[in-house]
Design a protein around this ligand. Sequence first.
Ligand code: GSH
Length: 221
Amino acid sequence: MLKFYYNPLSPNTRRVWLTLLEKEIDFEPVLIKLDGDQLQEEFVTINPFHHIPVVVDDGFRVVESLAIMDYLEAKYPTPAMLPSEPQVLAKVRMVQLVAGNELFPQIISLIYESEDSPQAVLAKQHIAKVLQFFTQVLGDCSFFGNEQLTLADIVAGISILSLPSLGVNLSDYPRLEEWSERLIQRPAWQKTKLSSEEFELFKERVRALVRLHTNKANQNK
Ligand SMILES: N[C@@H](CCC(=O)N[C@@H](CS)C(=O)NCC(=O)O)C(=O)O
């Protein structure tokens, strides 16, 4: 059976977890505690970069959440979560990448920086730009793949659903707000959503990691 190395607090892990659940793929979960399990020899042999998620399917190992999602889509094509029509596929890929490259780093800033700092203000401005862009791309459709739930809805949804808890109200973006309500009603999303205690724990982990990386960067100066 497919082995899924995960931690419920990790957003990259939840991308894969949601894909597995939406596609109703049987899997064996392997919990990796991010306070050291990921550095153990057994895990580093599977992923030398010591990151989750990882899947091992019949002995075939895949790392990197987006690559894993593509693998699952190709191997378990029903229900289809990547459109084949060129423009819809481009929309889906674009949303996945904008969510990862433009939105997620600003979410990390919001978690790390103090609320009224200039960095937090800049992060909120950038997030507003992304939300306007996503509103335009979504148009009148139910999902980013028009009427079909796609891998883009998963990647963008994980970040966008966390925004209200970080002080970014979605009510200025009614189409996105309706879309996020459609997502959260789905059983897979109910199952993987973080409680407020878990979200606080996630924020603590992010702060600790940013501090660690900042200290390392300062030591290397
Ligand atoms: N680009 C990777 C990033 C994976 C990643 O950063 N995972 C984090 C959890 S969200 C992790 O495993 N961190 C532990 C570590 O780096 O030691 C992906 O999309 O899968």
